[in-house]
Design a protein around this ligand. Sequence first.
Ligand code: NAD
Length: 255
Amino acid sequence: MQINTCRAVVTGGASGLGEATVRKIIQNGGRAVIFDQSEEKGLQLQTELGEAVFFIKADVTKEEDIQEGVHQAADYMGSINTVVNCAGIGIAEKVIGRNGAHNLSLFSKVIHVNLIGSFNVIRIAAAVMTGNEVNEQGERGVIINTASVAAFDGQIGQAAYSASKGGIVGMTLPIARELARYGIRVMTIAPGLFHTPMFDTLPQEAKDSLGKMVPFPSRLGYPNEYAQLVQSIIENPMLNGETIRLDGAIRMQPK
Ligand code: NAD
């Protein structure tokens, strides 16, 4: 699929990797609807980027938000042929911490937002995509999820986060297999360390030392480098049913 034909829903599109994805799609002539909980940043981006972008305040974990949002997005853009799932949260908590056992509701929350939220958007958007006309390559759409290297080398304190991202990796192939008959591809990106607002609170020294852990290039990734991979996945029809690490060869240590 050519990126200028993109009619994309980007969850978490108001910040970080999602925002870079929205910018990439717009700069290349496509259109995007942002689903995010952060109204202030979402509306800011909508104002800045003009009518190629529309912001919808939506919580990916809520069935009604996504049902309504997907239909609104399809009306606004004429159709949806791309989903990029970037909405996510991270926590750090040990199974046995200073204050006792891991908080169970916090564990559930991370699974809910990162894994179930991604699935919620996939299932509702894919149902709408099946109604698209096929393009010259037989495609009706592409779905791109965001896992993390923590799906493979999770650190101490990342039980919930790693489980949520491992779930995303695990569901990629079965969903790709099922949606193949409709010409809808499903891919997942597993980023290493990227410079997003998550890291803005860290002092420069801490950012530099995190960057040095990356074999090459020895720095945090730029969100635009994530968006560049999104573009390649959109444009290359042979990419399907797989998770790609985007990490400068980093392998996270136990802590
Ligand atoms: P970010 O915090 O900059 O952006 C995440 C966005 O998701 C925010 O705008 C937030 O409002 C939104 N969001 C959170 N919960 C939501 C919900 N329930 N419904 C709708 N929107 C919601 O983070 P980022 O660094 O851009 O991360 C994007 C994704 O990439 C996340 O899934 C994260 O786990 C993953 N990731 C990031 C890194 C990194 O180094 N930055 C590394 C690996 C994986």
